[in-house]
Design a protein around this ligand. Structure first.
Ligand SMILES: [Zn+2]
Length: 312
């Protein structure tokens, strides 16, 4: 079933969200999938569009609900990261607030209206206009062993280079969907793959196959899966590294590279080509993403490092 979804709050009433609902022939879990919180992350949006035709009701137990572009106000504006109505990054606003602005209210509507009762919510991301990200997935660690094991298993459905389990302290503040949902004892995961606002076939497949694996893991479909090719390194945090000076950032590393603490990751040059600052790794880890447009102000995010869980 295809329709335009509307949410109940009057401040959301000017927008409608293209929505696809697939009801399986048999009862089973409910899986909700979105993309387009960041509207330039088009490999993720394309994956959410493609998934609508890949779930066949006769072969499905339960139901699948897909909203391929959540940040409707940003559509046709190509806004990086934020909702243009309030300048907030929806991705870091979960669980939202009932007395807040559009982004807060949208997060509330996603959590409490659209995905209410869902067994898992998956939000697809990766590769805004000026960035390149490695293939990774994100879940929230809470300290509750059973919750964390299931959340991690959902995240491991993606054939990722890094499986990032956010530290429990993340739940003290508004955050990504996995964080907001975990605060309510609910499951949400995110996937990240893509670069530069391009539709890249291998990234689309990464998102699509990961979601299908989640449906398999939940017992909703039983078609065979693609083999995993990536190492799915278990990471327990991510450190965002600032540009150390105004200037032209250059990197010696790329997303997915393993780096050592204090390793030279790149630096900043001025417009005469002279070096003005170095950028060294704050920890041993794996490069999650980096900005690809060289021009950065001091204090802007330049890259992020995921730190690995100690081997057991
Ligand atoms: Zn994103």
């Amino acid at each position: 079933m295809k329709d335009l979804m509307r949410f109940s709050h009057p401040k959301l009433a000017d927008f409608a969200w293209p929505h696809c609902e697939i009801r399986g022939a048999r009862p089973g879990p409910r899986l909700c999938i979105s993309a387009g919180v960041h509207v330039n992350e088009v490999s993720a949006i394309e994956a959410a569009v493609r998934l609508q035709k890949l779930f066949r009701p006769q072969a499905l137990a339960g139901s699948v609900s897909i909203i391929p572009l959540l940040n409707q106000p940003a559509r046709f504006h190509y806004s990086e990261y934020v909702c243009p109505l309030d300048g907030k990054n929806i991705n870091f606003t979960f669980p939202g607030r009932p007395d807040g602005t559009f982004s807060d209210l949208l997060c509330q509507a996603v959590m409490n209206e659209w995905t209410a009762g869902a067994d898992c919510y998956v939000d697809l991301h990766g590769g805004d206009l000026r960035e390149n990200v490695c293939r990774y997935s994100i879940y929230q660690r809470t300290g509750d062993e059973a919750f964390d094991a299931h959340a991690r298993a959902l995240a491991r459905c993606f054939d990722a280079q890094v499986i990032l389990g956010l530290p429990p302290a993340s739940m003290l503040h508004p955050g990504r969907p996995p964080t907001g949902f975990a605060r309510d004892g609910r499951y949400a995961v995110m996937s990240e793959a893509g670069s530069h606002g391009l539709v890249e076939e291998s990234c689309v497949e990464f998102h699509v196959n990961g979601v299908l694996n989640i449906a398999r893991y939940l017992g909703m479909i039983d078609e065979p899966s693609e083999p995993f090719r990536n190492t799915r390194n278990a990471c327990n945090d991510n450190i965002w590294v600032e540009a150390p000076a105004d200037g032209e950032f250059f990197a010696n590393i790329e997303p997915g590279d393993r780096v050592a603490r204090n390793q030279l990751l790149g630096g900043v040059r001025d417009l005469f080509g002279e070096p003005v600052a170095e950028l060294r790794s704050p920890a041993d880890g794996i490069v999650l993403w980096r900005m690809t447009h060289p021009t950065l102000r001091k204090g802007m995010w330049a890259l992020a490092i995921a730190t690995e869980e100690p081997a057991v």
